[in-house]
Design a protein around this ligand. Structure first.
Ligand SMILES: C[S@@+](CC[C@H](N)C(=O)[O-])C[C@H]1O[C@@H](n2cnc3c(N)ncnc32)[C@H](O)[C@@H]1O
Length: 278
């Protein structure tokens, strides 16, 4: 399985990545949360599945001394370069060698030259793209080796209250002007509940009106996995770490069945007698 979510889509990957990116760029409500995370865990930050670097500015504002972004999509990393060049603070950090963009698979971190250890590791919106618990364990085990002794891993995804409860027929999600284009997104969704979480086959059809009036039609499909919180916590402990705090929103509400987010703050935990003997 590839780590590039745009690979194999029957569509122009650059345009698909651009529209995916512009859509995610509209998400701003987690900026104060991310800034505060960086502030509380000063040092180097690893942003797994960083996409086009949407969170980089908040990390830098929070005081990150170094940012390493890893993503499986080369198209999104090219957009991250543009974002860095267009932001004075990020451009300064990049000129000082304090930002690295790495094209790679978050499930195989051992094979990447990332440096480290990291005071903060983020995986925002990444877990649902993994095939399931074994993939999550690969990612988490890789993070464990890179996380500073007092460091924090943040797993931030949609919460139980936002998981689809039924199949959804093809319908219009939104019409927006993004990047100067009229864009309409339609999607359909088929869900299946499994012991490890909700499995979703999500198909999108994006119609983007081009400057010359023609319409680029971009079909794509994604297989998503929304783990139940306890199923993900099991993988965290299998990887030798512990979920220290569970939040249900970026306003730090407790996690519950109706929560909009499932945010785990993961640490190495207190060393057990076995760890100390190693
Ligand atoms: C929903 S986006 C989130 C992007 C970014 N974290 C943010 O919050 O704006 C998910 C990202 O994870 C990346 N991704 C998915 N699976 C990956 C993998 N196995 N290795 C590396 N990146 C991956 C995708 O390319 C995409 O950029």
């Amino acid at each position: 399985m590839t780590s590039d979510i745009f690979a194999g889509q029957p569509t122009d990957p650059e345009l698909l990545a651009e529209l995916y990116d512009l859509e995610h760029d509209l998400v701003m409500h987690d900026a104060p949360f991310v800034r505060e995370l960086a502030h509380r865990a000063p040092g180097a930050v690893l942003d797994l599945g960083c996409g086009s670097g949407r969170l980089f500015a908040s990390l830098a504002e929070g005081g990150a001394t170094r940012i390493v972004g890893v993503d499986g999509s080369a198209a999104l990393l090219r957009r991250a370069e543009l974002r860095i060049a267009g932001d004075e603070r990020l451009a300064g950090m990049a000129a000082a060698g304090a930002i690295d963009l790495i094209h790679g698979d978050a499930r195989a971190l051992g094979g990447l030259a990332l440096g480290g250890p990291f005071a903060l590791v983020l995986a925002v919106g990444v877990i649902p793209h993994l095939a399931g618990p074994e993939d999550a364990l690969r990612l988490l085990s890789g993070v464990r080796r890179l996380l500073d002794a007092g460091g924090v891993l943040v797993l931030d995804d949609i919460g139980p209250g936002e998981m689809p409860t039924r199949d959804l027929p093809l319908s219009v999600d939104w019409r927006r002007t993004i990047g100067g284009r009229e864009v309409v997104r339609r999607s359909s969704l088929i869900r299946r509940e499994a012991p490890e979480g909700v499995r979703v086959a999500f198909s999108t059809m994006v119609d983007a009106t081009q400057p010359d009036g023609t319409i680029a039609r971009l079909p794509a499909s994604y297989r998503l996995w929304y783990p139940f919180p306890d199923a993900l916590a099991t993988q965290v402990s299998r990887a030798g770490m512990m979920v220290e705090t569970r939040y249900g929103s970026h306003d730090l509400e407790p996690l519950g069945p109706e929560s909009e987010r499932r945010i785990f703050l993961v640490t190495h935990g207190s060393p057990t007698a076995v760890d100390r003997e190693r």
